[in-house]
Design a protein around this ligand. Structure first.
Ligand code: AMP
Ligand code: MG
Length: 414
């Protein structure tokens, strides 16, 4: 099978990824909707603002009464009432009258404009207006931000603080969201042990299990850690079969290279899966298996990602290739692809030139990329810590000098 370039691999993966439409939305209280993806359009029967109200502390009046007001010849009006935010006005404003009012207070009938208190002078029940306001100034008109019955918020977006604020203001106490995408995570390798197992010579902790669970969760899906599997075809087949029963997508790490104990691809074929990708022109992370597990009576077909075992390769492959699929299948309407931005590298970046190369480091304010210190080895977890971005050295480029522009892929929560 050919080795695909990164962009082509991503496009192929997204084309293979089902949308969330087949998954039945579930209702959740708004208080539990943070981070969930909205599954239905929301319409409110409330205008926003709900009524004409003041944007300032000041005086509500009829603009025509004060159209000639100036600091030299202020216009004096009678203050007939004081309106706090909350209660409705008690009386209308007649010519020559004004109402004292405060930010958020309802405008009294008859008034069309608010003059802020800084350009007024109050004496007893009179107020002098020292400027001629623009008619309608400092009035937040009913329905000027949103009109009842029109779409308030469209489906396919992740609900964060701003969206929850809007839904709360519109009295939507419950929303329909897509169910969490369940992602089974398997680690393959006879050398892998759990975090609290004393290490025997040759053994290492299955760190990918922990890392991938975090990445899945950060991408808005539900990780299902399935533990480790030995490098053995039958054990692997059993583990994949169990994983697919519980999940909507399966990810494994390790066992996709060309070693004698790399059984993932052959096991997938034995299980009737279709292999779409086996290798990508990317460093780190050259071996990458993307397959579709066939449907069974109780499960639809589902995507399988076999990531390389090296810890950095596994994470980079996840960010570059799994996360877009996960975002699409979770129900996001758009922005599935990683976020690439233009930055400058503070130090020289090297590549062999024959694969698109992702170098980890930190993007700091002003779009400066600081490469990680220490060795760029796909097995080096140590200098991966602190990474928030990957600099991308394009295919065919061997070096980018300090100060050169560089495309950077943002990683982590977004
Ligand atoms: P593999 O892709 O199976 O050939 O593994 C490549 C390297 O990654 C080997 O050094 C493995 O020990 C290591 N590795 C594989 N799986 C994991 C894992 N789950 N956690 C940490 N390291 C791993
Ligand atoms: Mg292995």
């Amino acid at each position: 099978m050919t080795r695909l370039e990164a962009a082509a691999a991503e496009a192929k993966i997204l084309a293979l990824t089902p949308s969330a439409q087949g998954r039945c939305p579930e209702p959740v209280p708004l208080t539990q909707a943070s981070g969930r993806i909205l599954a239905e359009a929301v319409t409110s029967n409330l205008d926003i603002p709900h009524w004409d109200n003041s944007a300032m502390d000041g005086y509500a009046l009829r603009s025509e009464d004060v159209s000639r007001a100036s600091p030299e010849s202020p216009v004096s009006l009678t203050v007939t009432q004081s309106i706090a935010a909350g209660p409705a006005a008690v009386a209308a404003i007649a010519p020559g009258q004004a109402a004292r009012l405060f930010t958020g207070a309802m405008l009294p009938p008859g008034a069309d404009t608010v003059v802020m208190q800084e350009v007024t002078h109050r004496q007893g029940d009179r107020v002098e207006i020292q400027v001629a306001p623009r008619p309608g100034e400092f009035v937040r008109q009913r329905g000027s931000f949103y009109q009842a019955g029109t779409p308030l918020i469209t489906p396919g977006i992740r609900l964060g603080g701003p969206e929850i604020a809007l839904l709360a203001a519109a009295q939507c106490s419950q929303v329909q969201v897509f169910p969490y995408l369940r992602v089974a995570i398997l680690s393959t390798g006879a050398e892998l042990v759990a975090i609290d197992t004393p290490l025997q010579p040759g053994q290492i902790v299955d760190s990918n299990q922990y890392a991938l669970a975090v990445l899945v969760q950060q991408a808005g899906a539900m990780p299902l850690p399935m533990g480790t599997v030995a490098d053995h075809p039958e054990a692997l087949a059993r583990a994949i079969t169990t994983a697919r029963l519980k999940a909507d997508m399966v990810i494994s790490s390790g066992g996709v290279s060309v070693g004698d104990f790399d059984y993932v691809d052959s096991t997938l074929k034995d299980l009737g899966a279709t292999l779409h990708i086996q290798s990508v022109a990317v460093k780190p992370g050259k071996p990458l298996t993307v397959a579709t597990l066939p449907p069974s009576p109780d499960k639809p077909a589902m995507l399988y990602f076999g990531l390389p075992g090296n810890p950095v390769s596994a994470l980079v492959s996840f960010w570059r290739f799994v996360e877009p699929a996960l975002r699409k299948q979770s129900g996001l309407r758009d922005h599935w692809s990683p976020c690439f931005i233009q930055a400058h590298t503070t130090q020289a970046l090297q590549s062999e030139g024959n694969r698109e190369t992702y170098l980890w480091g930190r993007l700091e304010a002003g779009c400066q990329f600081y490469p990680a210190t220490g060795s760029y080895s796909s097995g080096n977890l140590v200098n991966l810590a602190g990474t928030n971005a990957l600099a991308v050295v394009p295919l065919g480029t061997k070096v980018l000098a300090a100060g050169d522009p560089v495309t950077v892929m943002l990683v982590g929560q977004r």
